[in-house]
Design a protein around this ligand. Sequence first.
Ligand code: SAM
Length: 248
Amino acid sequence: THFGFKRVKQSEKPQKVYEVFEKVAIDYDKMNDVMSLGIHRLWKDYFMCSLSPTDNTKLLDVAGGTGDISFRFLNFLKTNNLKNCHVTVCDINPHMLEVGKVRSEKLNYDQNLISWKEGNAEELDFEDNSFNAYTISFGIRNCTHIHKVLAEAYRVLKPGGRFMCLEFSHLEYSYAQWLYDQYSFQVIPVLGQVLAGKWQPYQYLIESIRQFPTQENFKLMIEEAGFRQVSYENLTLGMVAIHTGFKL
Ligand code: SAM
């Protein structure tokens, strides 16, 4: 335990995660900006550049929440004048999806290019071989069984399709990790309390980051799910990592 916070039991995790995102949905976008000092925007921009979709890309954005990745996808289509593309945002939490839908209308995105679907990453309600690309951004560590998520990603991707994951990870230098831990355990819950009136969900989020596998171990898990050409790239000293692989 850290600072008196108990580890979440596997069996209680889905309920706990649901409650966390139900509570934070309305403040989610603001809190992301404050807590990462806006840097999450750069990570997500870079993530979309790494994916670099082309014409005819059918993207599935799992744990898509309030739409940060899918909106970047739609921006990319517009800037690069891509044809025949579509994104499906899938998330287990209807409150997050609702915030996303309202946002997409406010931001005037073409509603024909995006669809929203409630669903569990561990048990996707999509046919085999349906998408060219699968993204999951800051979502997989909230899932109870990572291997099920990866197996489902593999199943719904078409042959040749690409898996891409953006997730908090482990820092390359131990002194940097120490500083980062001080920031996260002492500052983040306080910010949560002061700005959103709740600290527990934010403490959960930090704990889940610590428990997530290292870059190398996660890479092995992706390979075990059947993906090929698996690689990863650390951003900001490993604060986050992008893992990618192909269904070949
Ligand atoms: N992808 C968005 C982003 O990058 O801003 C949202 C990330 S948010 C930190 C994590 C999301 O994962 C939440 O919206 C939560 O509801 C969703 N989630 C948690 N467990 C899930 C599961 N088993 N299946 C699908 N979504 C899940």
